[in-house]
Design a protein around this ligand. Structure first.
Ligand SMILES: *Cc1c(COP(=O)(O)O)cnc(C)c1O
Length: 491
């Protein structure tokens, strides 16, 4: 049955400690030619460790096979299509990796003097400008280490703005389609989230915003395209309502895949936006990082950007720390520099036309998947989508299986599952984002697998997955009581 994807050859692997055999060595260190010096003679006793109990003794081949086998248990975008909605799991061209590894970038130290870091500073300065151009903002900081930290940065700046005017505002309007990080960031910044419901068409209505916007409200936090993959077509009108009462429009631009080179958020009335380089700008993500969530602002908020700022004067780049209104530092040094290099390489390689083409292909691919699957899956908002589309399990639920079962079964066909149960406004959501990096052949295989699952015997689907290394985990228990040792009998 696995003609569609493949499950490959999955090898068992014990813990590295279990591979240990006394006396085995990975490398032979040459004999010292500086005489017989004992570690105690040159290193203070309190810094020396006694024997490490149970330290594995293994050969080079043991180590290489151990880690390579475990890496093969993993599924990544280098293995196959990764249709995880909201995450923009696009393929990352390997040239970005080569460039990030150039010694001038990879061996630079954050304490290196500015005159010896001109190339790195130039890269950061130019990347800020590219991102400002793409988003339609006046200035950008590269400091935030993730999208969520970018949101916090934006909220702190908005807060600082109102504090500087002597009239703090504490409320932020957030639509019910928002990513979970939005209300979390608002709360972390000491503000209060005011939820609003989106309209029957899946978009926020000006009336809903008008009803809650007042002069105690700092602004709105909106995602466009929203998490249903739909364009917020009233954004301009909503921005006008917020601006009229002196508030700011924050846009969650974590996924800009539909807008790149096609539309600027700044033109839609957005005042602050964060962009996830690890989503839209083709730097690897998943597995916990590192990420990067640059934040762009309009002029009014520029004084509040985090320190330091890269500045350019007479063809020389330097860091500006003297910014009295700044919200301060968000993290050590200047941001996740290696990620910035990858994003810079990607933008330069694509060029303006290439980025626009990527956005067009991302939208085309999502609509192709949506149109082909709507015969088999319930599509709550049947309208043209942007870079992702959202189905529900309504039709399958009637037959006896659910979103979770579909996600698990998809792994048997060799695909990573889509995002499930998000956004919350769609009951039992199945959120698919193919990205522009998948070709028609791969999309057709994915569509084929999804259709087959929709028609399969419910009992079969409910027992999935069958071809994976581990079967169904009790996810809550797995998080609280992790069993890190491979136990064949239990699986
Ligand atoms: C991914 C995402 C975020 C959070 O970004 P992180 O880098 O994971 O913190 C916020 N909003 C949306 C819409 C996202 O897709």
């Amino acid at each position: 049955m696995n003609t569609i994807g493949t499950t490959g050859l999955v090898m068992n692997e014990p813990l590295i400690f279990e591979r240990s055999s006394e006396g085995k060595r990975g490398i032979e260190v040459p004999k010292s030619d500086v005489g017989d010096i004992k570690p105690e003679d040159v290193i203070p006793a309190d810094l020396l460790r006694a024997d490490i109990e149970g330290f594995p003794e293994v050969s080079e081949v043991d180590v290489v096979r151990h880690f390579t086998r475990m890496s093969q248990w993993n599924y990544g975008v280098d293995t196959g299509m990764y249709p995880l909605g909201s995450c923009t799991m696009k393929y990352n061209p390997k040239v970005n990796e080569d460039i990030a590894r150039l010694p001038g970038f990879s061996r630079i130290h954050p304490y290196q003097p500015e005159e010896l870091s001109q190339g790195a500073l130039q890269l950061m300065y130019e990347l800020e400008q590219y991102l400002a151009e793409i988003s339609g903002m006046d200035a950008v900081t590269l400091q935030p280490a993730a999208g969520a930290q970018g949101e916090l940065c934006g909220m702190l700046m908005i807060s600082a703005y109102f504090a500087s005017k002597g009239r703090p505002r504490k409320k932020v309007i957030i639509p019910d389609t928002a990513h979970g990080t939005n209300p979390a960031s608002v709360t972390l910044a000491g503000l209060t989230a005011i939820p609003v419901k989106s309209g029957s068409e899946g978009a926020l209505t000006p009336e809903a915003v008008k009803a809650v916007m007042d002069e105690d409200t700092a602004g709105i936090m909106i995602t466009n395209p929203n998490t249903l993959g739909l364009f917020e077509r009233h954004i301009k009108e909503i921005a006008d309502i917020v601006h009229e009462k002196g508030g700011f429009v924050y846009c969650d631009g974590a996924n800009m895949n539909a807008l790149l080179g096609a539309a600027k958020l700044g033109d839609m009335g957005v005042d602050v936006v964060h962009m996830n380089l690890h989503k839209t700008f083709s730097t690897p993500h998943g597995g916990g990082g590192p990420g990067s969530g640059p934040v762009g602002v309009k002029k009014e908020l520029e004084p509040f950007l985090p320190v330091p700022r890269v500045i350019k004067k007479d063809e020389t780049y330097s860091m500006d720390y003297k910014r009295p209104d700044s919200i301060g530092r968000l993290r050590a040094f200047y941001g996740n520099f290696g990620v910035l290099v990858r994003a810079y390489a990607y933008i330069r390689a694509m060029g303006a036309e290439g980025l626009k083409k990527a956005a067009q292909m991302a939208v085309l691919n999502a609509n192709y998947v949506k149109e082909n699957l709507k015969s088999h899956y319930h599509l709550p908002f049947d309208q043209p989508c942007m870079h992702e589309c959202v189905f529900s399990d309504k039709l399958q639920f009637e037959k006896g299986f659910s979103t979770m079962d579909i996600a698990k079964r998809l792994m048997d066909y060799g695909f990573h599952p889509p995002t499930t149960y998000f956004p919350l406004v769609v009951h039992d959501a199945i959120m698919i984002e193919p990205t522009e990096t998948e070709d028609k052949g791969t999309l057709d295989s994915f569509i084929d697998a999804m259709k087959r699952i929709a028609e399969e015997d419910p009992e079969l689907v409910k027992g999935a997955p069958y071809n994976t290394k581990t079967k169904r985990l009790d996810e809550a228990k797995a998080a609280r009581n992790p069993v890190l040792k491979w136990e064949k009998a239990e699986n």
